[in-house]
Design a protein around this ligand. Structure first.
Ligand code: C5P
Length: 237
């Protein structure tokens, strides 16, 4: 009985910690926006896509087939990943840049379609909910991982704008990038992410839409914070 009460208390405690869930398609600016919002509020930050990228990256390294669900789920459960701010480590190795490669992104989208992998990553994502609060970004933050989030934002931008942003990002990192190839990849990934059976990318009924096509990261982050403060004062927008 005591144990039952303790479990309930812990859960109630975790739910009292605010979460801002930011979902949206590839290259909608989620990562940069969520990081900026987390800095403004002094909240923790979860980049959930990095977990799927890490699974795909580790699978390639360990020669695990990209459709071997059981092996990939085991790999996801045992992933020796560590996040330090925006830095990402797999074991002792810093892999933040390596997992940004488009080949890893394509693998991530494939492993993300496997229910076993999603289940294996669920509790790991929820563990990021720590005081004073969390900004979590991905595809299913509002629908599946944090359905009780205090604010749910769905970011959009046209596919052409997202492709242009991704090309700029890759070039800044010194990687080669071709706009038509990236646009095609983004469109393929959008289709796969929104049509998959488990946790498809879709806007929750209780999410608020934010189109970022003509806005800067900083403008979008300021708007998210405004909506969050408004939700504290009046309930969700
Ligand atoms: O956000 P990012 O582009 O890094 O995500 C890589 C892939 O991981 C996405 O294409 C998507 O398939 C998957 N993903 C997901 N659910 C999340 C985050 C990412 O399925 N919450």
């Amino acid at each position: 009985m005591f144990r039952e009460l303790a479990t309930q208390d812990t859960r109630a405690g975790a739910q009292a910690i605010p979460v801002i869930a930011i979902d949206g398609p590839s290259a909608s600016g989620k990562g940069a926006v969520a990081w900026d919002v987390a800095q403004r509020l002094d909240f923790h930050y979860l980049e959930s896509g990095a977990l799927y990228r890490l699974v795909a990256f580790a699978a390639a390294q360990q020669h695990v087939a990209i459709d071997n669900e059981d092996a990939l789920a085991t790999l996801a459960s045992n992933l020796n990943a560590r996040f330090a701010g925006q830095q990402i480590f797999l074991g002792e190795k810093s892999v933040g840049d390596a997992i940004r490669a488009e080949t890893v992104a394509a693998g991530a989208s494939q492993v993300a379609a496997l229910p076993g992998v999603r289940d294996a990553l669920l509790s790991r994502q929820r563990a990021f909910r720590q005081a004073p609060g969390l900004v979590a970004e991905g595809r299913d933050m509002g629908s599946t991982v944090f359905p009780d989030a205090d604010l749910k934002i769905f970011l959009t931008a046209s596919a052409a704008e997202r492709a242009a942003r991704r090309v700029k990002q890759l070039k800044e990192k010194g990687m080669r990038a071709s706009l038509p190839d990236i646009l095609r990849d983004i469109q393929q990934r959008d289709t796969r992410d929104s049509s998959r059976r488990v946790a498809p990318l879709q806007m929750c009924a209780d999410a608020s839409l934010l189109d970022t096509t003509s806005l800067t990261i900083s403008e979008v982050a300021a708007e998210v914070v405004r909506r969050y403060r408004q939700s504290l004062a009046h309930g969700p927008p």
